[in-house]
Design a protein around this ligand. Structure first.
Ligand SMILES: Nc1ncnc2c1ncn2[C@@H]1O[C@H](COP(=O)(O)OP(=O)(O)O)[C@@H](O)[C@H]1O
Ligand SMILES: [Mg+2]
Length: 176
């Protein structure tokens, strides 16, 4: 994965985030594994971007990195799937897809707020939650690029906890 070192996290350009080029699914897998290693109970990772851009693919790689071996279907119709990684005391992971909800209130019916305390939430179409989306979150905004196997990604930490954790990712020359 290629980092754009002109933009850094946590400083004057905080809101702009860190731009990354994911040149192939392997790069997406590497990033997902890196973020999975940083993840903690209570984390919210918001996955933004158009249909087919790679949000579910990222979630699969994230779950695989935590040792989840079962099939990971897209939650497009179920709206949520939960996974329990094999490691002792590992937090449960909730994989949401809010594409099909019409109002934030529908997310309550899925019990989504329970996930925000001690579990990890991966949320596709987080915009649908409106103001119910937790302020402390990591936002990953995927976009298509010229090559069919390439994606552009903007990583934006919202809140102190993610700003501190992702600051290291902008360091030039650092390996995952
Ligand atoms: N660099 C890449 N990272 C992630 N997915 C990629 C990449 N290049 C191509 N793809 C493909 O893009 C598609 C993304 O689909 P999916 O993850 O279901 O999208 P979304 O959940 O955003 O609708 C998959 O077919 C995947 O193989
Ligand atoms: Mg999806």
């Amino acid at each position: 994965m290629a980092l754009d070192h002109h933009r850094t996290l946590g400083h004057e350009d905080e809101d702009a985030g860190l731009t990354m080029v994911l040149d192939g699914e392997d790069a997406t897998a590497a990033l997902a594994a890196r973020l999975a290693a940083l993840a903690r109970p209570g984390d919210v990772i918001a996955l933004k971007g158009p249909l087919g851009v790679g949000k579910t693919t990222f979630a699969r790689f994230f779950l695989h990195a935590l040792g989840v071996e079962e099939d990971i279907p897209s939650p497009t119709f179920a709206l949520v799937q939960t996974y329990d990684p094999p490691a002792a005391a590992a937090p449960r992971i909730w994989h949401f897809d809010f594409y099909r909800i019409d109002s934030p209130a529908e997310a309550y019916e899925l019990g989504f707020e329970d996930a925000f305390d001690d579990d990890i939430s991966l949320i596709e179409w987080p915009e649908k939650l409106g103001s119910l989306l937790p302020e402390a979150r990591l936002e990953l905004a995927f976009a298509f690029a010229d090559d069919v196997q390439t994606r552009r990604l903007v990583i934006r930490p919202c809140g102190a906890t993610w700003t501190a954790r992702t600051a290291h990712m902008a360091a030039p020359g650092e390996t995952p």
